[in-house]
Design a protein around this ligand. Structure first.
Ligand SMILES: C[S@@+](CC[C@H](N)C(=O)[O-])C[C@H]1O[C@@H](n2cnc3c(N)ncnc32)[C@H](O)[C@@H]1O
Length: 157
């Protein structure tokens, strides 16, 4: 199974890029993992936030393959432990999912149409984090989950 992390917004800040690179390198041992940026639609004066989010959603819908499993990160989504998340990854792999897309919204969040397309909405906490930090936190969690699946000494319960 291939995993892609899609983030709406601008380039990672340097400290985020550095952190992601650390876990991305470690993840190479376990899974085919890529990080992709979806540039934010420029906010023209005439465009409201809901309209802007709709435009972003259309771009993302066009990039998605019908067979992609979409996991949208949203603070109101389902919360799970690291071990439950590891089990979820194992289940997707066993189910033959070819591509798992993880979507992180931009400053205004993820459009409703994409939340509806998502097979899973996942929350990392009831707190709202800045989207740049979510990129790093999620990449670490993905690495953590794979160390659980591979019985490595990284995650201690
Ligand atoms: C700054 S937040 C957007 C908040 C916005 N109020 C909203 O309507 O979603 C940007 C993105 O970071 C991610 N995010 C932030 N906090 C999160 C959390 N606790 N759990 C999961 N994802 C989160 C989500 O993908 C969200 O769309």
């Amino acid at each position: 199974m291939k995993i892609q992390l899609w983030s709406i917004g601008k380039e990672h800040d340097p400290y985020i890029r550095e952190g992601i690179a650390v876990f991305q390198k470690r993840l190479q041992h376990y899974v085919d993992f890529e990080v992709k940026l979806i540039p934010t639609v420029k906010q023209a004066a005439s465009l409201s936030v809901p309209e802007l989010k709709k435009q972003e959603a259309k771009i993302i819908m066009d990039l998605l393959q019908p067979t992609d499993f979409l996991l949208a990160l949203d603070e109101k989504g389902k919360m799970m432990t690291t071990v439950q998340f590891a089990d979820f990854l194992q289940q997707r792999n066993n189910a033959g999912t070819r591509q798992l897309i993880i979507l992180i919204g931009g400053a205004f969040g993820i459009d409703q149409s994409l939340l509806q397309r998502a097979q899973l909405q996942m929350s990392l906490s009831p707190l709202t984090f800045p989207h740049q930090l979510v990129r790093l936190i999620f990449t670490e969690q993905l690495y953590r989950a794979y160390t659980v699946l591979n019985r490595e000494k990284y995650h201690h319960q």
